[in-house]
Every structure is written in C-alpha cells, then in structure tokens.
Design a protein around this ligand. Structure first.
Ligand SMILES: Cc1cc2nc3c(=O)[nH]c(=O)nc-3n(C[C@H](O)[C@H](O)[C@H](O)COP(=O)(O)O)c2cc1C
Length: 341
C-alpha cells in the first residue's frame, strides 16, 4: 500500500510533500477515533522492547531522528506511529529560514536523500511553548545548535541558551556539532572548542538538582584519531552518550552522477550511509568497552539494519530516511522483529 502512495508522493517536491503529509497525519489524528486507529495500526507494545538507557526508560528502542520534526509541531501525531522516542531540532536560539530552496533531494535509485536545510527552525522559544502543550508523554530528545549568524567563537552562548530554555521540557539533550549545512559548524568537533562547549554545558547541567543526560551527535566523516579525541572528551566531560551519526559529505554509494552534480552541496542520508555509521558505532563501542551508550542512526530501513546497529554496540536506534522510503509502519515492523518471546 505504501509503495503506491510513495509512487505518487515522490512525483512532488520533497519539502512540500513533508508538510502536506504531516497535515494529513494531523487531520487523521484529530478525527474521532483517529488517534486510536493510528496507534492500533502502527504501534506495538511488549515488555521485552523496553530499554533503560542513561537513566531513562524507553518503551522501545526505535526513535525518530532529529530534523523530521524540528519545531516539535507534530509530537502527538508522530507518537502514534510506534516510535519509542522523538528527537526534536536542531533548534537554535533565534528563528532562521535555513538555506534557499530547493534544499532537499531524493535519490530513489540509491534509497538516499541529500539535504542542505541549514537548521531552518522557528527558534527554541516557539518549540518550548509547543512542548508544554503536548498531550503524549513520549520521551523527547532536544537537539540543539547555533544560529548561522553566530560566529563559532560565540557558539557556546547559543547552545547554552537553547539548553536552559529546553531544560524543563525535554528528557535528554543532543549537542549537534556535526551538520554539514551550517558553515564551519563541524569545526566545533575539534578538540579545544569541543572540550570548552561540553564542559560549559555539563557545568550548567550539574547545577540543576536533577541533571539531564547530554549526548553528542557526531559526523560519519571523522577519522579514527578524531574519533579517539571525541571519545576522550565525551568521557572526561561525563556526557551520557554519543549519537552516531549525522549525514555524510561523501558521495559514495550514490549512482546517479548527473543528479549528484545538479544537487550540489549537502549531507547524504539513507542506505549509502549505513555501513559507515555502523563502523563508527562499532569503533566507539569497542574503544569504550560498551560502557558508553550509543544511539545509532544512519541507513536503517529494515529490522536487519536495526539489528546490525544493536549488534555493533548501540543501545537505541533512530531513523529518518527509512521513514520516508518505508512508510509509517517502519517502527512497528522493526519493533515486531525485536520482540523476544
Ligand atoms: C532532511 C533532513 C534534515 C535533517 N536535519 C537534521 C537536524 O536538524 N539535526 C540533526 O542533528 N540531524 C538532522 N538530520 C540528520 C538525521 O537526524 C540523521 O542523523 C541522518 O539523516 C542519518 O539517518 P537516516 O539515514 O536514517 O536518515 C537531518 C536529515 C535529513 C534527511
């Protein structure tokens, strides 16, 4: 059924389709028994799916990755689709439009997407208001970043602002220094700025009576020695884990050369990212002897893809591109096959 729907949807501009589909989902959710219908069709509950990670109990280990519901506009609706958690953001202190359109491109032959959205979002304050009004108690991750206009030397102030604003309305934090679509952002993954940023956020966090888990989201394009530095800093600053990975700037695994050229800059997600992101998960897990929780994200489409990440050492998984290509039943399908009888 979804294959037919997808055939039609894929004829239209990806960003327009995104908002149109979310409008339909909202309508379905709000109509009479809509919420119950969605839940019974797309969710699955089983005690063996439950995971306790960094002090939080997740009803299942399959989450919706950052970027899909940046502004926390559809939390109640999306929570009916079987996810164990939803990561909102990336949010920045001030609203910003993001890059010029078009900025989202499908690569159907390769089950991939290239995006250069550029942290388009309505600002953290708007998201806080929405999160206060949500009805569901699904676990929420708050993914935070900096405005494009904020120079890297002042980046800490932006992260700090978002952190404090979101503190009461999210369950865990993700510090995003790995998007390829904000100029120079990834420089914050380097040793000194990273150490300074994470130390500052953790100090603020520890000043609250009940600190929240903070995780770092990393790029798949880091070298082993850069990864070693990241692991060292994350351990020293006593972060709760790593989200691996963001999109890649590498074009390997994409076969439509003309489309690559026409598309231009951006990060690749989906199938071509799968192997590299699993390698990174395995590397971190081995280096930390499984002591550091990892949320694995990158190219998860099937239950086997999710199992690959969990076997490599992940505690939880997330997906975005798989949701676009496989449809609304993806979380349920993965969860179903993870149930241990
Ligand atoms: C259109 C789009 C927008 C994204 N926006 C964000 C974002 O704002 N913040 C972030 O940390 N990751 C963002 N991501 C990256 C995803 O969260 C995820 O790390 C990446 O897509 C790999 O997972 P996937 O292969 O399942 O899509 C975005 C991805 C896509 C496709």
């Amino acid at each position: 059924m979804y294959n037919l729907v997808k055939k039609i949807l894929f004829k239209y501009d990806p960003e327009e389709v995104h908002y149109k589909v979310m409008k339909w989902l909202t309508k379905a959710y709000n109509v009479g028994i809509g919420k119950r219908y969605l839940e019974s069709n797309y969710s699955i509950k089983h005690s063996s799916l439950e995971r306790k990670v960094f002090g939080i109990t997740f009803k299942n280990p399959v989450g919706l990755a950052a970027g899909f519901d940046k502004d926390a506009k559809f939390i109640d609706e999306l929570s009916c689709l079987g996810f164990g958690f939803i990561e909102i953001g990336t949010l920045t202190p001030r609203p910003q439009d993001g890059n010029e359109k078009p900025r989202l491109f499908r690569f159907p032959m390769d089950a991939a997407i290239i995006n250069r959205m550029g942290f388009n979002n309505e600002g953290v304050d708007a998201a806080v208001l929405r999160l206060k009004q949500r009805k569901t108690n699904i676990i929420i991750g708050g993914n935070i970043g900096k405005n494009k206009s904020t120079p890297n030397e002042k980046a800490i102030e932006d992260y700090e602002y978002c952190f404090k604003k979101l503190f009461d309305v999210v369950d865990y934090f993700v510090v995003n220094v790995s998007s390829p679509n904000t100029p120079n952002l990834r420089e914050l993954q380097e040793k000194e700025p990273l150490q300074a940023l994470l130390t500052q956020l953790q100090n603020i966090n520890l000043s609250y009576p009940n600190p929240k888990p903070i995780l770092l989201k990393i790029a798949p394009d880091l070298t082993d020695s850069q990864l070693d530095d990241v692991i060292d800093i994350v351990t020293k600053t006593r972060l709760s884990g790593i989200v691996a990975t963001n999109t890649t700037i590498v074009r390997e695994g994409l076969s439509d050369i003309q489309l690559i050229e026409r598309t231009g800059a951006g990060g690749v997600s989906g199938k071509p990212l799968k192997q590299r992101s699993t390698e990174i998960v395995r590397y971190i897990s081995e280096k930390t002897k499984g002591t550091l929780p990892i949320i694995a994200v990158g190219g998860i489409f099937t239950p086997e893809d999710a199992k690959e990440k969990l076997d490599a050492g992940a505690s939880l998984v997330q997906l975005y591109t798989g949701f676009i290509y496989q449809g609304p039943a993806i979380a349920k399908n993965i969860c179903k096959s993870l149930i241990q009888f």
